[in-house]
Design a protein around this ligand. Sequence first.
Ligand code: NAP
Ligand code: ZN
Length: 389
Amino acid sequence: MNKLVYSMPAHIVMEEDCLYRNRSFLAGLGKKAFIVTGRTSSGANGSFDDAVKALEANGQSFAVFDRVMSNPTEVCVYEAAAECRKASCDFVLAIGGGSPMDAAKAAAILAINDIPREKLFNRAFTSALPIAAVPTTAGTGSETTPYSVLVDTGSPDEDRFPDGRGAVTGQAKRSVGSPLIFPRFAFLDARYMRRLGRANTINTVIDALSHAVEGLLCVRANYLSDALAHKSITTILDCFDALLSFPALPEELPAEIREKLLLASSTAGMVIAQSGTSVVHSMGYMFTIHWGTDHGRANGLLLKPFLKWCQAKEKADPSVKPRIPVLCAALGTDLDTFCGRLEALLGRREKASETELETWGAAVMKNAANTYIQPNQGEILEMFREAVG
Ligand code: NAP
Ligand code: ZN
């Protein structure tokens, strides 16, 4: 019998005014919340005020850390954890896109574990504060995953963009994975995405799509992750026409499209919580680290070369258990048609130098093991060339 493990302990609620209506869940997490969020968006989209309203109605106090940058660094999460500890908070409430949610997860560990960076990345901890998450982008699905993806800068002071947003050349994206950082509660309210602009909406949706597609093509994929991936893919594809004709004002994108995207993104999070991600994510991290490319777009640039490579490998080697037909069944079309539609969403591609690609190819090899067919270094380089060469 094949072994099957499925774990997704986050309790999800999705409805309008979700936080306030379900504030009793927060009440059970402790007396004082540590709100972790980005610099501006949660204030502008109403999620921060809703969280405060819910906490106050529960008689809970809170402290706030609102300095999470996109692609958060480990420096940022150590700062957040120190503030959480100083404020004696009982639980962490993450509000924002994947960046604040991931920073919140790491801060939840570090607030009660006095550990150096290597022990964080090597999971040498046995406790974390409880976490609740309010996603305000529909992409990462971090509200339903046990991962916190951070930029490991190696050196605290020197490794940021000049505007303080994130990491620069030479640093690595590393993941902390532990069941201890699964959010206990995920509050899904698509209204917060009403004013999410075209680029952020599309880039984050492509991330969710990538999670679901890659989830089918991972060593750790299983019966249940496949079922969730199928559902997530069909839901996202239902929204493709609306995304391709994105309106001039983001708030004109129909509310039901926003809702579908949020649901599909959380579902894709459930997929990678089981399956993990493939070499596409490892390769995409290079674009983000070195060029600052948005995480979802980085994956999107690589999907076509990766999928075409998988298809060719399956055709060439009868010993490979075919997965592309499973993917095409979910896509409801052939690979070329799907890739054509994805290209339309991505628009003009970035260009890399051959030297960049060779350096990245070597770095990615270390993280290719979860892909259902193992690419060698030359094949990774070729996929990079097709994506941005
Ligand atoms: P993000 O970095 O969280 O946010 C991108 C931008 O969108 C920020 O400028 C943010 O502003 C803004 N924003 C967020 N919500 C908004 C809203 N409702 N309306 C208007 N603007 C809004 O982007 P993301 O793609 O969601 O997250 C990417 C990160 O997640 C990466 O670090 C990636 O590695 C990680 N990730 C994690 C997992 C996981 O399983 N844990 C999976 C995939 C990706 P503010 O800064 O002002 O908030
Ligand atoms: Zn991702």
